[in-house]
Design a protein around this ligand. Sequence first.
Ligand code: SF4
Length: 284
Amino acid sequence: MKYKQLNIFGNEGRKSRLGKTDIEYKSAGSILTVASGFMADYDYTLNPYSGCSFGCTYCYAAFFSRNKEKMDTWGEWLTVKENALSLLQKKRRKPLINKTIYLSSVTDPYQPIEKELELTRSILKELLEFHKVRLVIQTRSALITRDIDLLKEFDVIQVNMTITTDSERIRKVFEPLCTGNKQRINAIKEIHASGIQCCITMTPLLPIENPEKFADELLSTGITRYIIQPFHKDKGKFVRGTRDEALKILDEFNWGDEEYQRVLSIMRKKIPNLGIGKTGFAPI
Ligand code: SF4
């Protein structure tokens, strides 16, 4: 199937601003990265953007920033890989049959600017031309519902929606610029209802106000795949200015290993298919 092609190629050097984010357009050297580390079970990771407008306070990707300034201002900058699509098109000569691709490992593919640019959407269209890729999409954004028409065309696909807490108050401290919890649940419910395999990733699991109710709400989506990962307060690193507030909440909920284990055991009883940590992220 043919689609109209994206027209942001050639915007190298362009700068703009959206909300609190400075946006730059740059050429990237490559677009498919051989997966390693936590993602080593995949063949490739694919990041259409560098940086992330969502600026989650606990984001590990921030620690891979190019320099300290970038790390300290995580959430305030985003680089659009303006040649992402043309780099991918060049790979057409090397088919990706049965290759597993994780979109994305160090950014969210559904940035607010994605609504206007449709870069991730264009990448999905291009990946459909490759045939038989095995795609996992990881997001915290409800914008992904825009692309349900394309997602339905993949033979092997899973959409992972991250939902880390049942509390909007907690969500706003740790993920201040992300889509709200309710919208994320509604979005993944809609994707699941359209016949696409879905998974809810509680990665990391933040303090939970009511674990039983939270599990029931997640299960009400009809989704059967879940992944959970701990957030240890002692090991928690915060890259942005909400550190004090974040630590206050973690103390308030006594959110250490013991409390996490208590919540985990409740979730385990409620949710039979609960994947834990890296094994939970294994490719489909
Ligand atoms: S959405 Fe993902 S990549 Fe972006 S800041 Fe949050 S954890 Fe990091």
